[in-house]
Design a protein around this ligand. Sequence first.
Ligand SMILES: CC(C)(COP(=O)(O)OP(=O)(O)OC[C@H]1O[C@@H](n2cnc3c(N)ncnc32)[C@H](O)[C@@H]1OP(=O)(O)O)[C@@H](O)C(=O)NCCC(=O)NCCS
Length: 232
Amino acid sequence: MKFMAAPASPSALADDLPGGAASDAAEPVEAAYSTIVPAQIAETADIDPRATIGDGSLVWHLAQVREYARVGDGSIIGRGAYIGPGVIVGKNCKVQNYALVYEPALLEDGVFVGPGAVFTNDLFPRAINVDGSRKTNDDWDAVGVTVRTGASIGARAVCIAPITIGRWALVAAGSVVTKDVVDFALVAGTPARRIGWVGRSGAVLRDDGDGVFFCPKTAEVYREIDGILRPA
Ligand SMILES: CC(C)(COP(=O)(O)OP(=O)(O)OC[C@H]1O[C@@H](n2cnc3c(N)ncnc32)[C@H](O)[C@@H]1OP(=O)(O)O)[C@@H](O)C(=O)NCCC(=O)NCCS
């Protein structure tokens, strides 16, 4: 495997294999990098010179990062993933293999985008205008998907812009998300509906009654008021 920048260490590279063992490891969103390491970019990745890739990031083979896109420190862009023009990817995000993140998407810090997920950008798409001419960028208004801190998008989910996925929410694999998702919601299906709540760890919260929810993984307690969940 050949990378354009010197790898931090062989073990760091192995640990960060997309979909690999390290994918399951809990990571603090604001994980500090004790030493600043340059981004590692596979030789076959296509990074526009006007894009920026943050320190400690890893961009895998055949990924494409378009002009003016910004990938934050410590993020991973998987094999064959697409990051559209001007898209912002925060720190410590994981965009898995073949995910398609069309502009003007915004991913805050610590966002997980599963393999093959798609973020659309045109609610009523057409290739041509009514006169038969091919549409240019001036002939339609792009709309974006915003994914807030810590949220996860499951494999092959489709997020239909314009929408916002709330902080620490979890979108189940294969879902089609058509509406905003509130913080901590676990949504599934087509169209996606809330089927539960998840904590910051990603674990499904236990309903202890009276609007109180408990995370079996971290023992954090949350409270639901009027359909909004917050840490207690
Ligand atoms: C949604 C998810 C978190 C639920 O996990 P879980 O709590 O162990 O789920 P369960 O198997 O107990 O299922 C709970 C219910 O949700 C349904 N469900 C589970 N996953 C679903 C999905 N992806 N889409 C629609 N419904 C789903 C189940 O059928 C079940 O319904 P029921 O109560 O009517 O029988 C999990 O299935 C999922 O999709 N995780 C994301 C995986 C992923 O994409 N990872 C990316 C890295 S590869």
